[in-house]
Design a protein around this ligand. Structure first.
Ligand SMILES: [Zn+2]
Ligand SMILES: [Zn+2]
Length: 192
């Protein structure tokens, strides 16, 4: 079905002004398909892409930062909204809801986390990018912690009652042992 000449004239004007098929159709009370058909007939190029009105002028990292407040010892408080129920810090960016801690993790590491992201700084509510760990990170932290605690555990005496302060020695890889016990073992082996 052909459009009245007057409508076509208006369509040409609208297309010249950069109107999209949808916008022109709305303006003239015709269907989007009709507008598209006439765009082809009239040999107009496709309308320039309109910027997404919901598009944030801020990057994800910048938007994240607007919801944080520095706290003591490098921790960060979340001032933005929280998911209902579990209270996880979340925020909107470009029409999407993002969870704050995975974003913080990406800011700090430049990569996507594996599994859950948690604050491993002693402040469970912290959102400081440098304090975030994903699952492999947590396993690494625990292993390091176990190693540190293993070598510095404060025990007063060994299993046989030799005073730690006096007899504790360290092997080449940093593992602790009781010097007195080792001495006794050597003596016993020497005697045997
Ligand atoms: Zn922290
Ligand atoms: Zn001992």
């Amino acid at each position: 079905m052909a459009l009245p000449a007057e409508t076509v004239g208006r369509l040409v004007e609208l297309f010249r002004d950069g109107a999209s098929n949808r916008a022109a159709a709305r303006e003239l009370g015709i269907t989007k398909n009709t507008a598209a058909r006439y765009r082809t007939i009239l040999a107009f190029p496709p309308a320039p892409k309109q910027p997404n009105p919901r598009r944030s002028p801020l990057t994800v990292a910048e938007k994240f930062a607007t919801f944080t407040r520095p706290a003591e010892d490098g921790h960060m408080q979340w001032t933005g909204r929280r998911a209902r129920g579990h209270g996880t810090p979340v925020f909107n960016h470009d029409g999407r809801t993002l969870t704050a801690r995975p974003v913080a993790f990406r800011i700090a590491t430049g990569r996507d986390p594996v599994g859950y992201v948690t604050a491993e700084c002693g402040d469970r509510d912290c959102v400081a990018p440098a304090h975030m760990e994903d699952e492999p990170g947590r396993a690494r932290v625990r292993a390091q912690l176990a190693a540190v605690l293993g070598t510095t555990a404060r025990r007063d005496a060994c299993r046989r009652g030799h005073a730690t302060a006096e007899h504790r020695r360290y092997g080449p890889s940093g593992d602790p042992y009781c010097g007195a016990c080792r001495e006794e073992t050597r003596t016993r082996e020497g005697a045997a």
